[in-house]
Ligand binder design. Structure first.
Ligand SMILES: Nc1nc2c(ncn2[C@@H]2O[C@H](COP(=O)(O)OP(=O)(O)OP(=O)(O)O)[C@@H](O)[C@H]2O)c(=O)[nH]1
Ligand SMILES: [Mg+2]
Length: 616
């Protein structure tokens, strides 16, 4: 469990953490000199029965709210500290709304410095605080009164914190490992050490890890959880990871440590649902500049809302980020106005790696139902959704994401992609249309070259393959020899059988010196001669001997007969055949090669003989 402090400057957050944990906060010289917290401080808190929680102490000064947000992200339980002598102050409210935007589930309101006020005053402050907290989506437990000075109420608070631990759901361990970095430093002999709260998943010593968005890779040399060396990390713990092979520069608060090879991608645009606080000074319109805080990262962004978002309302928007971030579906974030800087809202990531152009916004995208959101995520990706990215897009462990996808009636897995069945249906009918048109324009052709058909569909390969497979399986299409045709289609010449007969007759008349395809085209004036020839050939009436020259059946039979007679006793000599048949080498050589190929004769490189047995 991770516990975070929150509250106005000087309200006693650090003193409370010290009272709870025995650890000194405010370690920086400047912090001690000014008597305020500037950076995040961390301390382990023993909860009894061996359990340890991590405490993140944040600064209250209004200049350091960005640091507070980085510290508050990933917190399970917030201690909202309000000094009893001052009551609610501006950063009490700002920190509270940060916790709310980040979706912190649980909180304990703590009235600090109770030694400074009397009972009546305490009641008034408590009343005022409870009024505000009643409206909060955070589940706030009853108020605690403490004094870090006298120690009053501290043990009781520690006990109540321990009780909360059982109410905090365990984070998924068998999930993608992610640790938003809140500190990075070099340690001699170890390399670069990063610390943070492990949001999900586990890593082990020896694992290969990557620091994003830069993408540097290294190997885990050491892991400490709540200050103790371990072999394997657990989610939801304060974790320090020593990484060998990674230089310190460029590794900063806001980097994200992940397991190398997991499907994370740094993204410069995220699609979100944005809530604007009622107290925001103006609406968010096209290209409004904001500061976005996600995980421990902070970046400036332009908001591209679908429609202007008024204070007190929410809407869908794209955030175009100045520096890329690592985001996951369902991540919560905070937005602050660009200038003057104040917290104005927050939201939830709907699509962490949206299609950059022509992204649609299906209604299911912002729906509470993960199944609807998944379908919407697939719908808005024309090229299909890569199955490997499901856990990042949905923000759930891979196995759960896969089961969810399998259960969606409108989705289908093709190869490594998820696509909508609507897309497949649309592709299928487009495919049939293309074939219909092809047959109309090329009635003589057996079908459309499959490569042309595939290309014309302009869809991801696995989807095209699935569609073609479906059409063949359901008997609506035939695919043979590299061409596709509508089931039931038979090629025919314009002019019908008569046109085919005419060409065949020309070849029969030409005997063993038939015209080439081009010569036939010239002679008949038809442009579909090649198709007619293929048609007649598939009916067995003619046969191609050369690539562009067909022979009628009868002359070929005559030629085979002549070969048998010539070769009955002796080898076959071309010059003898030439004389007997009265044809030139131009025709004879291809005919002899055809006879070899047919197995009528055989050629051993010097001599051609009749084959003893042959199929002809
Ligand atoms: N009397 C009294 N003084 C307290 C108590 N808790 C804190 N203080 C004093 O209040 C001042 C501020 O306390 P911190 O714990 O530094 O306050 P903080 O909320 O951490 O301040 P920032 O981190 O700068 O926002 C210090 O001088 C503390 O000694 C308390 O319970 N009783
Ligand atoms: Mg402090």
């Amino acid at each position: 469990m991770i516990i975070g402090t929150a509250g106005h400057i000087d309200h006693g957050k650090s003193a409370l953490v010290t009272a709870l944990t025995g650890r000194t906060m405010d370690r920086l010289a400047e912090e001690r000199r000014r008597g305020i917290t500037i950076d995040l401080n961390f301390a382990p808190l023993e909860l009894g029965n061996g359990q340890i929680a991590g405490v993140v102490d944040v600064p209250g000064h209004e200049d350091f709210v960005r640091t507070m947000v980085a510290g508050a992200s990933g917190v399970d339980l917030a201690l909202l500290v309000v000094a009893a002598d001052e009551g609610i102050m501006p950063q009490t409210l700002e920190h509270l709304s940060v916790l709310e935007h980040l979706g912190v589930p649980l909180g304990i309101p703590v009235l600090s410095k109770c030694d400074l006020v009397d009972r009546d005053w305490l009641d008034l402050v408590a009343l005022e605080l409870n009024e505000r907290l009643a409206r909060s989506p955070i589940e706030f437990r009853p108020l605690a009164c403490v004094s870090a000075k006298t120690g009053a109420g501290v043990d009781d608070l520690r006990r109540r914190i321990a009780e909360c631990a059982s109410a905090v759901p365990e984070r998924a361990g068998s999930d993608l490992f992610r640790l938003p970095v809140d500190r990075a430093f070099s340690v001699a002999g170890v390399g670069t050490v990063v610390t943070g709260t492990a949001w999900s998943g586990r890593i082990e010593v020896g694992d290969e890890v990557a620091l994003l968005p830069h993408g540097r890779r290294g190997r885990v040399r050491s892991i400490e959880m709540h200050g103790r060396a371990v072999e394997r990390s657990e989610p939801g713990r304060r974790t320090a990871v020593g990484i060998a092979g990674v230089g310190r520069d460029g590794v900063v608060r806001g980097s994200t440590l992940v397991a190398a090879g997991d499907p994370w991608e740094a993204t410069a645009a995220i699609d979100v649902e944005l809530s604007l606080e009622a107290g925001a000074p103006r609406p968010v319109v096209h290209r409004t500049r904001v500061r976005v805080h996600l995980g421990t990262a902070e970046t400036i962004a332009r908001v591209l809302p679908r429609a202007a978002i008024e204070p007190g309302t929410r809407g869908l928007a794209r955030l175009a980020l100045e520096t890329p971030v690592i985001a996951r579906g369902g991540d919560r974030f905070v937005i602050r106005s660009f200038s003057p800087v104040s917290t104005i809202g927050g939201g939830v990531v709907l699509d962490p790696m949206p299609p950059i152009r022509r992204a649609r916004w299906p209604t299911g995208l912002a729906a509470g139902e993960p199944g609807d959101r998944l379908t919407a995520l697939v719908e808005r990706r024309v090229g299909g959704l890569a199955a490997a990215s499901l856990p990042v897009l949905l923000g759930m462990p891979a196995e759960r994401a896969r089961k969810l996808a399998l259960g969606q009636p409108g989705l289908r897995r093709v190869g490594e992609l998820w696509v909508t069945t609507a897309l497949l249906e649309e592709l299928g009918s487009r495919c049939l249309d293309l074939l219909r048109r092809f047959h109309r324009e090329n009635p003589i052709e057996r079908g459309m070259p499959q490569e042309t058909l595939r290309r014309s569909l302009r869809a991801p390969d696995p989807a095209v393959e699935a569609v073609l497979g479906d059409l063949v399986r359901t008997g609506r299409m035939r695919a043979q020899g590299g061409v596709a045709a509508l089931a039931g289609f038979t090629p025919r010449a314009t002019g019908g059988e008569a046109a085919v007969d005419e060409i065949v007759r020309l070849l029969e008349d030409a005997g063993l010196t038939p015209p080439s395809v081009q010569e036939l085209e010239r002679h008949t004036g038809r442009r579909d001669v090649a198709g007619i020839l293929r048609l007649a050939a598939s009916a067995g009436r003619i046969e191609p001997v050369e690539r562009d020259r067909y022979y009628a059946r009868a002359p070929l039979d005559r030629f085979v007969q002549a070969l048998r007679e010539a070769g009955a006793e002796t080898e076959i000599v071309p010059s003898v055949l030439r004389q007997r048949l009265g044809i030139t080498r131009k025709y004879l050589i291809p005919l002899l090669e055809w006879a070899d190929a047919k197995g009528v004769t055989s050629w051993d490189g010097g001599v051609r003989r009749l084959r003893a047995t042959h199929p002809a």
